[in-house]
Design a protein around this ligand. Structure first.
Ligand SMILES: C[S@@+](CC[C@H](N)C(=O)[O-])C[C@H]1O[C@@H](n2cnc3c(N)ncnc32)[C@H](O)[C@@H]1O
Length: 334
């Protein structure tokens, strides 16, 4: 079974999640928490048992679907899910017809056989939609996303697939393991963070935006496509659809949007993640906001505490960038 962190996701705070959630618990007080750029949802997962009310938000369709699958509080039939798991697991690619996924991504993002299975299972989930509750539909589709991601012929995102080798069949359908607790105040949304910030009232808001020009909607377009299942025309070598959900945080005026976000928050504590992963070889990885921009904007809301991890927490010295720091700022709002 897949846990929420069993996926590859650029900027996932999985390895830092205990450090971050301990800092939040040790330096903030409050009963409500919002993860406004939630990504994988790992920070929400770490915080959910520590607060009464939680808001989980990201503007990607696939992320919202995954949060519903893991966190949406609604009963579901575990035997029914297991029956689907067994049925999907037993499928043979040779018994299936070609489909949207195999026609577009076969031999590229997935092997020919794996892509036929992924597309065939997506069609089957859609065909049974009326027999599934929203929670059950979300569990099956999130399980397909996790299973597909595991066998994808990529380095961890879908900006490109790996060329020049035979892709081995490795798809195996397995279920996700939903978070189980009797908790009523879980709010899941798919909104632009700045729009949500206008109406949110919450004690602690955690902010982890993209800091460089790499657009998440373009990096995870295959997962977005499988989720929405509108079968759009695809373009270019990486077979991407027309752009949607392009983030202002990945553009040169990111600090204007960051300031607008920080200024609109109605909360007691603002917690911000920042890292200096700038790699001199790649301009797309260059940060759009400097540390000084962030600190100045945060100081206007209250006293700022700054925390950082040791050097090379992630890299273990594997890149030529030898001063990698992960920072957390905590603002006690005036
Ligand atoms: C650095 S990642 C967050 C990682 C997350 N903390 C984790 O540990 O998995 C940034 C996230 O912000 C989302 N995002 C970017 N711009 C957004 C916006 N304007 N509104 C809402 N979400 C946005 C992206 O889809 C991405 O998932």
């Amino acid at each position: 079974m897949y846990d929420i962190w069993n996926r590859r996701y650029t900027g996932s705070k999985y390895k830092l999640a205990d450090w971050i959630s301990d800092l939040i618990s040790g330096n903030c007080s409050g009963n409500s928490f919002c993860d406004i750029f939630a990504g994988t949802g790992i920070i929400s997962y770490k915080m959910i048992d520590k607060v009464d009310e939680i808001y989980i938000n990201d503007f990607l369709y696939s992320n919202e679907l995954i949060y519903k699958a893991f966190f949406f509080q609604s009963k579901f039939d575990e035997n029914k899910m297991e029956a689907y798991r067994a049925k999907f697991h037993a499928l043979n690619a040779s018994d299936l017809n070609d489909n949207y996924i195999s026609n577009n991504f076969g031999g590229k993002f997935f092997s020919e056989n794996d892509s036929r299975l992924i597309g065939g299972i997506r069609e089957a989930i859609e065909a049974d939609r009326s027999k599934l509750s929203e929670k059950e539909f979300s569990i099956l589709l999130a399980s397909l996303l996790y299973s597909a991601d595991k066998c994808a012929n990529t380095v961890g995102h879908y900006d490109a697939y790996i060329k020049g080798h035979d892709i081995v069949d490795s798809f195996s359908f397995d279920l996700i393991s939903p978070y189980k607790a009797d908790k009523s105040n879980i709010h899941i949304s798919r909104e632009d963070a700045n729009e949500l910030a206008q109406k949110l009232k919450c004690d602690i808001v955690y902010i982890d935006p993209p800091y460089n020009s790499r657009q998440y909607s373009r990096f995870y377009h295959v997962l977005e496509n499988i989720t929405c299942w509108k079968k759009p025309p695809l373009y270019g070598v990486a077979l991407k659809p027309e752009p949607e959900n392009m983030s202002e945080y990945c553009r040169s005026n990111a600090n204007v949007f960051f300031k607008d976000l920080i200024d609109s928050l109605n909360c007691k504590y603002i917690v911000v993640s920042y890292n200096n992963t700038y790699d001199s070889k790649s301009s797309s990885s260059k940060n759009k906001m400097t540390l000084e921009d962030i600190e100045t904007i945060l100081k206007s809301r209250g006293k700022v505490k700054r925390f950082e991890t040791a050097h090379n927490y992630f890299n273990a010295g594997k890149t030529d960038f030898n001063d990698h720091k992960e920072l957390i700022f905590i603002v006690k709002v005036k």
